[in-house]
Design a protein around this ligand. Structure first.
Ligand SMILES: [Zn+2]
Length: 227
């Protein structure tokens, strides 16, 4: 699939900053195995090529410091602080299993909570993370890691999360939530930048206009994940 993480890349399992330490920490925290994980250190041009093979265009991949697809993780040489975030994706919190917006926000919140020193993480996706911490998690009464445990183990994270939300908030529309929490389709990167809005009345200020916008974005063609 991806043919050229090239001779520059170190052997799988040894390439990335604190990889073994992070894998162990994430597995203990989330209670799942990361399985086979190949991590590659790449330059900017290589990152663009890899992401292009998975449906991203050049503009979308600009500024991306980390990328996870399947068992492979790509990290910019100058951004070793993104390894922890990308490995959380590998644990099962990613846009191939769940709405990109929720997956990024939750991944960031988990990575931040697992961070033990300055070299291990820098904040990304501030809007998504704020939504997860201030809107989603208070409804559920869970910490990021607790929700991560549930979703990483689930065979159907959108359905699971929708069920958890409706259990706490019976006024929410379960099927609409499942719909909005759906992951991107294979090879069609999701650039969904809006939170689920099926929970109208859930988030402050979310109304019909947002619902329409969210649905349109959800169906827009687009990719895996970044940063
Ligand atoms: Zn990410």
């Amino acid at each position: 699939m991806v043919s050229s993480p090239s001779a520059r890349s170190a052997p799988p399992g040894k390439a990335c900053h604190k990889q073994a330490i992070f894998v162990d920490r994430i597995q203990k925290a989330l209670g799942v195995s990361l399985g086979e994980t190949r991590c590659y250190i790449v330059e900017t041009s290589e990152m663009g090529k890899v992401m292009g093979k998975h449906g991203w265009n050049q503009d979308d991949s600009r500024g991306v410091v980390g990328f996870q697809v399947g068992n492979d993780i790509y990290v910019l040489r100058q951004a070793s602080w993104s390894v922890l975030h990308e490995l959380v994706h590998k644990a099962g919190i990613n846009a191939d299993r769940l709405s990109r917006y929720v997956a990024e926000g939750l991944t960031e919140a988990i990575a931040a909570d697992l961070r033990q020193s300055a070299d291990e993480h820098q904040p990304t996706y501030p809007e998504e993370t704020r939504w997860v911490r201030e809107t989603l998690l208070p409804v559920l009464g869970l910490t990021p890691i607790q929700l991560g445990q549930v979703l990483a183990k689930s065979d159907d994270p959108p359905r699971k999360l929708a069920e958890m939300l409706v259990a706490k908030r019976p006024d929410l529309n379960r099927s609409a939530l499942v719909d909005e929490l759906r992951p991107q389709r294979t090879g069609r990167p999701s650039l969904n930048r809006t939170p689920p809005s099926a929970a109208s009345g859930w988030a402050v200020g979310v109304g019909a206009a947002f619902l329409t916008a969210g649905a349109l974005l959800l169906f827009a063609p687009s990719g895996q994940d970044s940063a």
